[in-house]
Design a protein around this ligand. Structure first.
Ligand code: CUA
Length: 159
């Protein structure tokens, strides 16, 4: 079979690129532990309501001043549905689902995550401006998905 010289050159270039890209993935993932951003913490979805942490879901201020919001997503609500936090302070969300995949998005802010049964989703955000923000599930989870919403009340920073 006669393969044109330029065709061969491009085949070699493509081959080398594939090796380089695969190599980059293997080196960064294997040697440098670079992975897609995720917080791999597992939980048995059937035991969420019995767990110490999630049975008392809500807003908590730790002794060091950090705010932690523990939340459960379930068809078709969040527990708690309404939370109050302070503007300008970092807030760590810890969320899990007991049934299907849900989403958690605080409209107009950069709080946006997926909530997957079996895992605890954790992310930290700071709400710069006080106000009331709609919190919605943005992952289709069933017939009443559109009803799955709550409220985040961001209070003014304490002077
Ligand atoms: Cu939960 Cu959509």
């Amino acid at each position: 079979m006669n393969v044109d010289l330029y065709e061969k050159v491009w085949m070699w270039i493509a081959g080398v690129l594939i090796v380089v890209f695969l190599g980059a993935i293997i080196v960064t993932a294997g040697a440098q532990a670079v992975h897609p951003p995720s917080h791999v913490e597992t939980i048995n979805p059937e035991e969420v309501w019995d767990s110490e942490e999630f049975s008392s879901a809500g807003v908590e201020t730790l002794p060091d001043g950090r705010t932690v919001v523990t939340m459960v997503a379930e068809m078709f609500y969040f527990e708690p549905m309404e939370i109050e936090v302070t503007a300008g302070k970092s807030v760590t969300f810890r969320v899990t689902s007991t049934d299907v995949i849900h989403g958690l998005m605080v409209v107009g802010t950069n709080a946006n995550a997926m909530v997957i049964p079996g895992y605890v989703t954790e992310f930290t955000v700071t709400f710069p401006k006080a106000g009331e923000y709609l919190m919605v599930c943005h992952e289709y989870c069933g017939t009443l998905h559109h009803e799955m919403q709550g409220l985040v009340i961001v209070n003014e920073e304490e002077a």
